[in-house]
Every structure is written in structure tokens, then in C-alpha cells.
Design a protein around this ligand. Structure first.
Ligand SMILES: [Zn+2]
Length: 283
């Protein structure tokens, strides 16, 4: 718990870890650092955990603060389980055009992530351009596929000029090292108790997140205040990450013991679509 005495706020890209020792409760602290783009800061006294059944746990996030009511009352909450057989076909609706830009590694305390401070390009969804703002990991995964949970889930968070959000999600399972995390390893180790470290120029094109088959639905951010209206695109292709890399990411954030995956939420009648990207492959 290297950062246990540091402060925190919500950071949309997260790393999650799970060991089942739920009694080792850890709460977030508040931060003097400005809130990350597109994410509400956690104010003092508004703390949450991922400890199942705890007053601060995911079932009770909506009761912790009036500002977090959507976590309990929302009808478009994330993550969800994807039932592959029920996914409805739709036309391909995702174009990517990332470019290298200055970035920094951030310890968001609910997760570890990369925040781009320059124009890192973005994606086009339904005719609207969403700029890449940051990415983070959850350990284990938040979304599930036919009930299966994966070892990690990477979220790339984008925002358009109207403030709408779009997240691209990639599942990871333990195996060969992930090259993008590999390039960050030196910096992650240097991060220690610091809140952020300059990474120089980074391109999201170096992230292995492409998938020919993709799922789409409308949901929310997965941390309080659980803001809705987020367009989710979830790649079916599962990428690899090494055990050591998982441990490295887990060891830095506040939820080292219980992980940082919100449980799946009810669909409440929402459809999940599927589409293939003809120009993509799974390599
Ligand atoms: Zn996330």
C-alpha cells in the first residue's frame, strides 16, 4: 500500500486487483491535485471502496453522497455482463486516429493510468469525434462476457467537444507481457509515492487494443459519481499481460487487496450491439 497516506480522487482509467481479503479495508484520501479531465473529484468525506458489503462498498456508493445518487438510481450503469448470443448486429461504427503526444503517468489511487496533456488524436463514433484523454486499468475486469471475468481490463477514455464520453475497453488475461505496460515499467517503478511522472511523448497506437469483433452499449463511468451517457465499445479479442505486470500495477493503488472492479450492473432493457471492423484484425 505504497500510497496509503496519499490523497486521491476519481480517475476514470483504473487498475484493479483482487485477492479476496476483503477485511483489509482501505479508503481513499482526498487530493490537492486538480481533478483529471472529465472526472469529478472526490471531496473530503466522500470516500468509497470496492469491499463487498462494506458501508463504503459498491452496493452503497449511491448512499455515500447526494452527488452519487446515480450509482444507486441510474438505469444506464456500467459495467455489465455481455451475453454474446443476445448481442444484436449493427453497422461498424468506430474509426481510430491516434497520434503521439506528451503524457504523464498518474497514480489516481483508485487506479493507475496515463493522461495525455497534448492532442493525442482520438476516435470517431456515430459521426462525432472524441479526443483521447487518458487510459487506466482495472484488475480484475469490470465487464464480463457470458459471465466470465478476465484478469484485467484497460479503459481508453475519450471526450467530444460537447463533453460526451466514449470508452474503449480491452480485456487482458495473464500470459505474455503487455508491451505498452512494458514501456511504462521504469516509470511505474519510479512513481512510488509520487502522484504523477512525466512520460514524454506517448502514442496510443502502441497499445494492443484492436479487435475485429466489438460490442457496443450505452452506460456510465464505473466510479462515483457514476455519470451516465457513456458510449462503451468493448473488444472481444483478449490481450495478454504478465503476472509481474499485474502485480506492479496492483501494488501502487489504494485498492491493492480487494481490487478495483465494480460488480456488473443490471441492463434494465438496454440492448448490446455487436459489429465487426473490416479493416481490423486481431494481431
Ligand atoms: Zn475505468
Amino acid at each position: 500500500m505504497l500510497n496509503a497516506n496519499l490523497s486521491s480522487h476519481v480517475f476514470v482509467c483504473l487498475i484493479i486487483i483482487s485477492s479476496g481479503k476483503y477485511l483489509n479495508a482501505v479508503v481513499n484520501k482526498t487530493s490537492n491535485r486538480p481533478p483529471l479531465i472529465g472526472v469529478q473529484p472526490i471531496t473530503k468525506g466522500e470516500q468509497f471502496t470496492y469491499i463487498k458489503g462494506a458501508p463504503s462498498g459498491p452496493e452503497n456508493w449511491g448512499r455515500i453522497s447526494p452527488n452519487w445518487k446515480t450509482c444507486a438510481d441510474g438505469k444506464f450503469q456500467s459495467p455489465v455482463n455481455i451475453n454474446v448470443k443476445l448481442a444484436r448486429p449493427k453497422l461498424a461504427d468506430l474509426k481510430r486516429a491516434y497520434v503521439a503526444a506528451p503524457a504523464r503517468l498518474i497514480n489516481g489511487h483508485n487506479n493507475i493510468g496515463v493522461e495525455w496533456v497534448g492532442d493525442a488524436g482520438g476516435i470517431e463514433v456515430n459521426g462525432s469525434v472524441y479526443k483521447l484523454r487518458q487510459c487506466h486499468w482495472h484488475i480484475p475486469s469490470e465487464h464480463t462476457v457470458d459471465g466470465k471475468q478476465f484478469d484485467a481490463e484497460l479503459h481508453l477514455v475519450h471526450k467530444n467537444d460537447k463533453g460526451l464520453k466514449a470508452v474503449i475497453s480491452t480485456f487482458q488475461t495473464i500470459g505474455q507481457p503487455d508491451s505498452f505496460i512494458g514501456n511504462l515499467t521504469k516509470h511505474i517503478k519510479m512513481l512510488g509515492t509520487k502522484e504523477e511522472i512525466d512520460l514524454g511523448i506517448i502514442s496510443a497506437n502502441n497499445i494492443r487494443h484492436r479487435s475485429k469483433r466489438n460490442f457496443r452499449y450505452i452506460g456510465s463511468f464505473t466510479t462515483p459519481p457514476c455519470e451516465e451517457g457513456v458510449i462503451w465499445t468493448i473488444g472481444e479479442k483478449v490481450r495478454s499481460v504478465s503476472h509481474d505486470q499485474i502485480q506492479l500495477l496492483k501494488g501502487l493503488h489504494t485498492h491493492e487487496i480487494e481490487g478495483n472492479a465494480r460488480p456488473v450492473q443490471r441492463l434494465v432493457g438496454r440492448p448490446i450491439w455487436k459489429f465487426d471492423l473490416p479493416d481490423e484484425n486481431d494481431q
